[in-house]
Design a protein around this ligand. Structure first.
Ligand code: TA6
Length: 312
């Protein structure tokens, strides 16, 4: 089973705007759509759409939480979230204009998790996770969710012997690295923040990845339209140039990319297939308006359009 854990679930309100979004101007929207937001939830939706055994957990609250679960269940995701009474799953605003310069994303901190809810999630994971499972933690934990709680959850996954996949940033990424994750996937900005250095080109990324001294089996850095890099435990490094697509809304593309990586890891695929498949799914997502949609029919074609190169 692949479990996804979303500590800070969200609903995305995607607002489509004519022309280019401009300050001090009445930017008229012509359509608004609601979709699932909040990172690991997207991983679950993609995996479920692709036919992988997936179970989504984490924290939800109120009506927005129920709306989110309903959409996920329509995608066939088995949802077992901890519902914290009196609180609301946050709403993220995604502004998509016609400038082809990418979307604007505005997120909220999310509601504070009560100790009782945290304990419920701990008990749930304790009772359900097995050594054969893969557990995906992705997204920013909610307001006041301490590093200690985060560590407790990761330590629990470690004791179960399950494979840990983490897409997190800052202190949460640094903390996760102490629990020998199977795979980590920072994006370019998160990776630069982690190493404390600005990086420009693929060679510089490869050099920094090669320098990392860590027990992580797969280090993946996503670079948006430029593609991604993958470093294996034996220090082989691959670069994948992403397929050229008409980008409509890149929100969630990184999450769908992670889903593709997990799917191929689950199947035991090699690095090339992993990168090709993940990049194709991420690119397919970026060519849709919704935060959590992709076109399954065009994955094969997009995979062929990826260029993979071993750079070290
Ligand atoms: O990656 C896109 C996305 O999942 C959006 O759908 C949005 O809700 C946001 O990220 C949440 O990110 P955060 O880091 O705040 O958990």
């Amino acid at each position: 089973m692949i479990y996804t854990v979303t500590l800070n679930t969200a609903i995305d309100r995607i607002v489509k705007i004519r022309g280019e979004l401009t300050r001090k101007f009445n930017n008229k929207s012509y359509e608004t759509i609601i979709d699932v937001g909040g990172k690991a939830t997207h991983v679950a939706m993609a995996l479920s759409d692709l036919g992988f055994p997936t179970l989504a957990t984490g924290f939800i609250g109120g009506e927005t939480g129920q709306v989110m679960v309903k959409i996920m269940e329509e995608h066939g995701v088995h949802c077992e979230f901890i519902d914290q009474a009196g609180d609301l799953t946050r709403e993220s605003i995604i502004l998509v204009d016609e400038s082809n310069k990418g979307s604007f994303m505005i997120t909220q901190p999310g509601f504070a998790i009560k100790e009782e809810s945290f304990k419920r999630l701990t008990r749930y994971l304790e009772a359900n996770i097995n050594a054969e499972d893969m557990i995906v933690f992705s997204g920013t934990p909610p307001l006041d969710f301490s590093i200690d709680w985060y560590s407790e959850l990761l330590a629990l996954i470690n004791t179960k012997g399950a494979k840990l996949v983490v897409d997190a940033a800052g202190d949460y990424l640094r903390q996760a690295l102490k629990y020998t994750p199977y795979l980590v996937k920072p994006n370019e900005f998160e990776f630069q923040e982690y190493i404390g250095k600005k990086l420009e080109n693929i060679d510089e990324y490869a050099e920094e990845l090669a320098r990392l001294d860590s027990d992580v089996d797969y280090w993946v850095v996503s670079l948006g339209k430029r593609g991604s890099l993958l470093k294996l435990a034996d220090n082989e490094i691959y670069y994948c140039q992403a397929p050229d697509i008409v980008e409509i809304n890149e929100t969630g593309a990184g999450d769908f990319f992670v889903a593709g990586l997990c799917a191929q890891l689950y199947l035991g695929a090699g690095p090339e297939k992993m990168l090709r498949y993940a990049s194709a799914i991420g690119a397919s997502k970026a060519s849709q308006f919704e935060s959590a949609a992709f076109d399954k029919a065009n994955i094969e074609l997009l995979m062929q359009e990826c260029c993979i190169e071993r750079v070290r």
